[in-house]
Design a protein around this ligand. Structure first.
Ligand code: FNR
Length: 356
C-alpha cells in the first residue's frame, strides 16, 4: 500500500519479520530462581499485541552465577522451558516473533535490582562469587572476580549451547548473544577488562575468540532457517578500550561464523566513561558496522518517534530499529506509528472497534 520502510517486512534466513520494530531486551528483575511468571507473560505479550515484529526477551542467564541479579530470568535447566513456552506461544500467536537474549554477567553479576540501589550485593542473599576473564572489579568497591580457566571457559560455552537448545524447545525463533554493556563476553572483547596472556587475551584475534567460539557452537544446534543476533557495545567510550574499528572487524568475523544481525549498542564496560546520550546517539555506529562489514544491523538508543525510526531505515543506517523505554511507556507504539505514517496495519481483532 505504500513504501514506508518501518512497516516493510524483513527476512533473515527462513524467518520474515512483519515490520522493522523490535522491543529491545529489558531486564525486569522479577524472576525467582530464573523462572518466568505472569509478569513476563503480560510484559512481553502486551508488546506483541502492540504490533512489534520481534519481542526480545531480557538478558536470560545461561547459568545461575551468570545472572545480573537474583531476579533475572534464567534458562539453565529444563524446568525453565514450560513458562517460556507459554510466553512464546502467545507472542507467536499475535504474528510477532519471540526472541531471547542469552547472557552471562561475568564480573557485573550479583547486583541488586536498580530500584533497590543498583549496587553489587556483597554478602548474604543475592550475593555470589563473580567470574571474569581477569581478576579486575568493575568498580574499586566491587568484588574481585575469579579469573576463568580454560575448562570453565569451555563450560560456559556449553552453557550457551544448552540454553540455545532449551530456547528452541520453548519456541523462541531468534537468539541474541549478549556481548554488550560490560557483561562477560564484552569483558573478554575489551583490553580494559581482559589482561589475559593466553589464547583468550592480548591480540584482537584472542579477545574475540570467546564470542566467536560461542557463536560457532550455538550455530551447531540453532536451526539453519532461524536467525542468530549478537548485541555489541560498539565502543567503550574511552581511549584504549574497545572501539568502532574493532566492532567493524568483529562484525566481518561474526558474519563468517553464521551471525545474521548485529544489534549495535555502546558502553557499560567501564564506570567512568562519558557518554553523550541523546536522540539516536548510537545510530551512526550501526550505520558504520552495516556499511563497512556488510552485516545487517539493528539501531538502538533513544529512538522514540515513528519519523525518527523511519529516517534511520530510509537512510540505510540499520535494518531493524530496537526500542526500549518508549515501548515501556507505550506498548502500542507500532500501532500508533502506523497511523502516524499513514500505513494500514492489522489490529488485533479484539481491539478493532478502537481502531482509528
Ligand atoms: C535495558 N537494557 C538492556 N539491554 C540489554 O541488552 N539487555 C537487557 O536485559 C537490558 N535491560 C534493560 C532494562 C531496562 C529497564 C532498560 C531501560 C534498559 C538496554 C535497552 O535494551 C536499550 O538498549 C536501552 O534502554 C536504550 O534504548 P532506549 O531505551 O533509549 O530505546
Amino acid at each position: 500500500t505504500n513504501n514506508v520502510q518501518l512497516f516493510s517486512p524483513f527476512t533473515l534466513r527462513a524467518l520474515t519479520f512483519k515490520n522493522r520494530m523490535v522491543m529491545s531486551p529489558m531486564c525486569q528483575y522479577s524472576a525467582v530462581d530464573g523462572f518466568a511468571n505472569n509478569w513476563h507473560l503480560v510484559h512481553l505479550g502486551s508488546r506483541a499485541v502492540g504490533g512489534a515484529a520481534l519481542i526480545m526477551q531480557e538478558a536470560t542467564a545461561v547459568s545461575p552465577e551468570g545472572r545480573i541479579s537474583a531476579g533475572d530470568l534464567g534458562i539453565w535447566k529444563d524446568e525453565h522451558i514450560e513458562k517460556f513456552r507459554e510466553i512464546c506461544t502467545f507472542i507467536n500467536d499475535q504474528g510477532s516473533v519471540a526472541g531471547i537474549q542469552l547472557a552471562h554477567a561475568g564480573r557485573k553479576a550479583s547486583f541488586m535490582p536498580p530500584w533497590e540501589g543498583d549496587e553489587q550485593v556483597m554478602s548474604g542473599p543475592g550475593s555470589w562469587q563473580t567470574v571474569a576473564p581477569s581478576p579486575l572489579p568493575f568498580k574499586p568497591q566491587h568484588k574481585t572476580p575469579v579469573e576463568l580457566d580454560d575448562q570453565e571457559i569451555a563450560r560456559i560455552t556449553t552453557d550457551f549451547v544448552r540454553a540455545a537448545e532449551r530456547a528452541l524447545a520453548a519456541g523462541f525463533r531468534v537468539i541474541e548473544i549478549h556481548a554488550a554493556h560490560g557483561y562477560l563476553v564484552h569483558q573478554f572483547l575489551s583490553p580494559l577488562s581482559n589482561l589475559r596472556k593466553d589464547a583468550y587475551g592480548g591480540s584482537f584475534e584472542n579477545r574475540t575468540r570467546f564470542l566467536l567460539q560461542i557463536v560457532h557452537a550455538v550455530r551447531q544446534v540453532w536451526p539453519e532457517g532461524l536467525p542468530l543476533f549478537v548485541r555489541i557495545s560498539a565502543t567503550d567510550w574511552t581511549t584504549g578500550g574497545w572501539d568502532l574499528e574493532q566492532s567493524v572487524e568483529l562484525a566481518k568475523l561474526l558474519r563468517e561464523t553464521g551471525t545474521d544481525l548485529v544489534d549495535v549498542s555502546s558502553g557499560g564496560n567501564v564506570p567512568d566513561a562519558v557518554i553523550p546520550a541523546g536522540p539516536g546517539y548510537q545510530v551512526d555506529f550501526a550505520a558504520a558496522v552495516r556499511q563497512q562489514s556488510g552485516m545487517a544491523t539493528g539501531a538502538v538508543g533513544i529512538i522514540t518517534s515513528a519519523g525518527q525510526a523511519e529516517e534511520i531505515l530510509v537512510s540505510g543506517r540499520a535494518d531493524l530499529v530496537f526500542m526500549g523505554r518508549e515501548m515501556l511507556r507505550n506498548p502500542y507504539f507500532p500501532l500508533h506509528a502506523a497511523k502516524e505514517l499513514g500505513v494500514e496495519t492489522p489490529w488485533p481483532d479484539q481491539y478493532l472497534r478502537a481502531k482509528r
